[in-house]
Write a protein that binds this ligand. Structure first.
Ligand SMILES: N[C@@H](CCC(=O)N[C@@H](CS)C(=O)NCC(=O)O)C(=O)O
Length: 569
């Protein structure tokens, strides 16, 4: 049942993982404390201890933070109030000692340094949407912590993160830990409301289920790494409403900049030199940005040089997964991962961005080289050429390759508006959550399609956008056009026109690329990398999620039929 704002009096928030994030801060605190200890001339550390601490990698510190957090969950789950109350601070302190012993790091930290590490849990940063969100909600509702953290811990977090809660409730005040009913009922009573007037907001289903059983409303907020259970079933049982973050507060969708921006380069001494079987391209078949890289990998004939790993095109609560569905591998072949996010954490345990595809992975350095498709395709044009037969190298390609020197300025200029208004324009239109944001992107999108139509009518702009040879401009436009009639028109509400009916020149250009099975497209690369059913399904899931529709309830539109017109229509 959806939450009714009229009858809701108070929003109670879980804190660790829901309101504040802990992974980055705690991992960093552990690592930096060790670095300080190792470089402290006052400390007399044994050789063994020094070696043990020096061998700890960023991953190891991250694992230790995860174990610390897991011990807290076990502690609250098994807590027996009849034996006297133990605060979370006390637990954190005891658990840390144990973790230090397990890793044979005893003696690395003094008692006061250990206590300072426990204090890291008092200095956790809010998630990026928390501060403003709380401020807005607190102007309409009573907002209250509902945490297993002790009161002083919560007060510190509120001060540190400038969290605008109107009230504080802690398990400590009720002598028990969530999911004990005492905590939820106690908090509601303290606020002076009935449970049915209260809503719990949390990233953990166990918490939500317990609150719902007592009559609370429940809102699930997706936070990375907080919920490992089978979400579908659990959400059905414990949740009234779900929040997946897609748009900013003004209803506009803004794509995040990619973070990993290194390059494979054949320049001498390069950090990532071209080598056969060293790099892996991770992608899914739904994503238009990933599609660019898939196209260029095949157009360049790099199939034997760069491994391809496909994940699912269904965007789940934990991001992209390896599932065996929609062309996906059963699991990641390198590490057995089940989620793309794990790869990002392998590359950088403190990573806080989104887990996007495509990803170019280096097996040797075990890291992400680059996750920006526009850069990955440019590396593919030239940097692996020494590993390819003469005729496939950029220098020997008729027309000068996909990004020929004499056309660079024009291609860059076209990329700019095609990206903003078309490639990303469809997303800004489809994910808009206000009429204003929708229309502000819809009209420019169709103006830009008119502009492409006019471009194709000019001499020298057929059969491809810049003449006789396929260039980057064709590749970048193709991936959006192939999704347009089948998905964007209906699912993203980009419905002022269809490519097949309203843009005859674009349609002809598109059909030529898709149906070409000659050597020019290396035997039909456009067709072989285009998956219409995956597009319909993937975009329906993405939009459905925003509207709270479960994937099992999706009805997939049958048309348009055929998905693309024949070459000679
Ligand atoms: N700038 C990136 C954008 C990639 C991107 O946004 N990919 C989408 C799929 S179409 C994604 O993985 N989104 C997951 C998310 O945002 O959490 C590129 O062009 O490579």
């Amino acid at each position: 049942m959806a939450i009714n704002p009229q009858t809701t009096k108070a929003l109670l928030f879980d804190i660790f993982g829901t309101t504040v994030q802990w992974r980055t801060t705690v991992t960093k605190a552990l690592k930096e404390a060790s670095e300080r200890a190792l470089s402290d001339p006052q400390k007399s550390l044994t050789q063994d201890l020094r070696a043990q601490a020096s061998a700890m990698t960023e991953d190891n510190w991250h694992d230790m933070a995860e174990d610390w957090r897991a011990s807290y969950s076990r502690f609250t789950k098994t807590f027996d109030p009849s034996k006297g109350f133990v605060s979370v601070d006390q637990h954190h302190s005891e658990a840390l000692l144990e973790l230090v012993q397990q890793r044979q790091l005893e003696g690395l930290f003094t008692d006061s340094e250990l206590q300072d590490l426990v204090q890291a849990w008092h200095r956790l940063d809010p998630w990026d949407d928390t501060v403003r969100g709380l401020r807005l909600l607190s102007s309409k509702f009573r907002t209250c912590t509902l945490s297993n953290g002790n009161v002083s811990l919560l007060e510190d977090l509120i001060r540190h993160g400038q969290l605008a809660f109107t009230d504080i409730a802690s398990a400590e005040q009720f002598g028990a830990y969530k999911p004990s009913p005492r905590v939820y009922l106690g908090a509601a009573a303290r606020l002076g409301f009935e449970p049915r007037e209260c809503v719990l907001v949390a990233a953990h289903l166990r918490d939500l289920k317990a609150a719902k059983a007592l009559g609370f409303g429940t809102i699930y907020v997706e936070r990375f790494g907080e919920e490992e259970e089978d979400l579908g079933q659990a959400i059905e049982e414990g949740v009234d409403q779900k929040i997946y973050k897609l748009t900013d507060e003004d209803g506009h969708f803004r794509r995040q900049d990619s973070v990993f921006r290194s390059r494979v380069s054949r320049s001498p001494g390069a950090e990532f030199p071209p080598e056969k079987d060293r790099y892996v391209l991770y992608l899914n078949y739904g994503c238009p940005w990933a599609h660019r890289t898939n196209l260029v990998r095949s157009l360049k004939g790099l199939e034997d040089v760069i491994q391809l790993v496909v994940c699912d095109a269904e965007f789940g609560p934990e991001g992209w997964t390896f599932s065996g569905r929609n062309g996906s591998a059963e699991k990641d072949p390198l590490y057995g991962f089940t989620k793309m996010s794990q790869l990002y954490f392998k590359a950088n345990p403190g990573y806080t961005g989104r887990y996007t595809v495509p990803v170019l992975w280096d097996k040797k350095r075990e890291t992400i080289v680059n996750n920006e498709s526009s850069e990955i395709i440019r590396m593919f044009y030239t940097e692996f050429d020494d590993l390819l037969p003469e005729e496939r190298r950029e220098v020997n390609t008729p027309g000068g390759g996909f990004y020929p020197a004499h056309l660079r300025k024009e291609i860059d200029e076209m990329n700019e508006w095609v990206y903003n208004r078309i490639n990303n324009g469809v997303y800004k239109t489809g994910f808009a959550t206000t009429q204003e944001a929708y229309e502000a992107n819809l009209y420019p999108l169709f103006e830009a399609l008119d502009r492409v139509e006019a471009h194709l009518a000019q001499p020298g702009h057929q059969p491809y956008l810049f003449g006789e040879h396929i260039t980057e401009a064709d590749i970048r436009l193709y991936t959006t056009i192939a999704r347009f009639d089948v998905a964007y028109y209906l699912i993203f509400r980009c419905n002022l026109g269809m490519i097949r009916h309203d843009f005859p020149l674009i349609d002809r250009w598109y059909r030529r690329l898709y149906h070409d099975e000659s050597e020019r497209t290396r035997g039909g690369v456009f067709k072989k990398t285009t998956f219409f059913d995956v597009y319909k399904f993937g975009y329906l899931v993405a939009v459905g999620k925003k509207q709270g529709v479960d994937t099992s309830q999706l009805v997939i539109p049958a048309g348009p039929k055929p998905a693309i017109l024949p070459l000679e229509a």
